[in-house]
Design a protein. Structure first.
Length: 407
């Protein structure tokens, strides 16, 4: 008779447990602002100047004082291109001005050149009077001096890089890259390029997990040591884990983490260190393990490609972001109508591969098997479905975008 099995850990519980163990690495390095994409900022960045630095024109036209506007034509007293300094505006005159040029002292509006007429004598008539303040971009309307415009823990993307440059920062302090050792387990695995498809032996499959896991790690700013494929043998697994534990913050494996005789990950981790978390009540992705080997964290992902992909996105991604001190760890979910039925729910919380359609609803990929990577390529998101609940067409369901999960 089988002993009663303890209930599987819930995803929320497992994630909270993982994050409680993900102490930020606190290694900081300085990178060129050019190279900061995807990195996590280590310190607040305070602006030493106003952006824009002074009031400037947002149009090509003429700067003027509204109270001086005459019915007839007015003389033009100076010309102010972008990048030059302006003289105070002479009373009763216009100043020729271009986009981005500083507004002269005394002027309180810009008339765009399309609303003016230049006469043969060079004087200019204003055809449509601007409102006070019109077409002037105010000093500091983007950034005020002494503002912390970027915060420690913020993940940098192209917009943040541009903002950092706009306050004069050529270098940024960021969390050092987590060092991750990656290996796949499975005697059936063959690396693409080593055996052509026609020559694959019965039972052999190409190693797909290695490719997307490495790319997902790199997108998260990790330095990846790719340790290849480890055979399904106890000793080889122990040896690979022991070797990987030196010089890495995280050892990430895929496959071999279930309960079969060919699954050696769990006993190997237990022999070398501790296994703190094993199996989660989600579908796909139940075989998931967390532990420690020496000073390194260990995470074992399922072998089935979709399970591996989904558990990486839901658990490993926030873990690695927190190691880098990031504050935003999980993307927001939105509610969208299901344009499909899911009448036979699993007891576990399910993550269904879906795609947004032109009607604003969600279509379901027909084959939800955990081995079918096509579902992830076809889909643009996951429906996060509570345990045991069915979905009927039209129900609002919780949707998480795959591009958010891959960012
Ligand atoms: P396992 O968790 O080792 O029992 O593997 C579960 C399933 O995933 C098996 O069908 C494996 O062949 C498959 N699998 C394991 N690792 C990989 C991999 N790296 N790439 C593609 N399929 C894999
Ligand atoms: Mg296996």
């Amino acid at each position: 008779m089988n002993a009663p099995r303890p209930p599987l850990r819930s995803l929320d519980d497992a994630l909270a447990d993982l994050l409680a163990r993900a102490t930020p690495l606190a290694r900081v390095e300085s990178v060129s602002t050019f190279d900061a994409d995807g990195r996590v900022l280590a310190q607040d960045q305070v602006s030493a100047l106003q952006v824009p630095p002074q009031d400037n024109s947002s149009m090509d036209g003429y700067a003027l004082r509204c109270a001086d506007l005459a019915d007839g034509a007015m003389p033009v007293s100076q010309r102010i291109p972008a990048g030059s300094a302006a003289q105070p505006l002479q009373a009763g005159t216009l100043a020729r001005i271009f986009t981005g040029a500083p507004v002269p002292e005394g002027a309180d509006a810009i008339v765009m050149q399309e609303d003016t007429e230049t006469l043969v004598d060079g004087t200019v008539r204003v055809l449509r009077a601007p409102l006070p303040g019109q077409w002037i971009r105010r000093s500091g309307e983007d950034v005020t001096r002494d503002d912390a415009v970027l915060r420690a823990g913020q993940r940098l993307s192209p917009a943040e890089m541009g903002l950092a440059a706009s306050i004069g920062l050529a270098e940024l302090p960021v969390a050092a890259r987590p060092r991750v050792a990656l290996f796949s387990t499975g005697d059936e695995l063959v690396m693409p390029g080593t055996v052509p498809p026609q020559a694959m032996k019965p039972g052999a499959i190409y190693n797909s997990n290695r490719f997307f896991l490495r790319a997902m790690l790199q997108r998260l700013g990790c330095e990846v040591s790719d340790l290849g494929i480890v055979p399904d043998q106890r000793e080889a697994t122990v040896q690979a884990l022991r070797d990987a534990s030196a010089g890495h913050d995280l050892i990430l494996t895929s496959g071999g983490v279930s309960v079969g005789e060919e699954d050696h990950i769990k006993p190997a981790v237990q022999a070398l260190g501790t296994l703190d978390l094993w199996q989660i009540a989600i579908k796909p992705g139940k075989p998931f393990a967390y532990g420690r080997v020496g000073a390194a964290h260990f995470i074992g992902l399922p072998g089935n490609p979709v399970s591996s992909f989904v558990t990486f996105a839901l658990l490993v991604r926030p873990f690695l972001l927190q190691l880098q001190g990031a504050t935003a760890l999980t993307p927001p979910a939105t509610r969208l109508p299901a344009h499909f039925d899911w009448p036979r729910p699993d007891k576990r919380r399910e993550f269904l591969r879906v795609r947004r359609n032109a009607q604003g609803g969600l279509d379901l990929f027909a084959n939800q098997s955990s081995g079918v990577l096509t579902s992830v390529v076809w889909g643009d998101g996951l429906v996060d479905k509570p345990p045991g609940s069915a979905i009927a067409r039209g129900d609002a369901v919780s949707f998480i975008s795959l591009s958010d999960l891959l960012a």
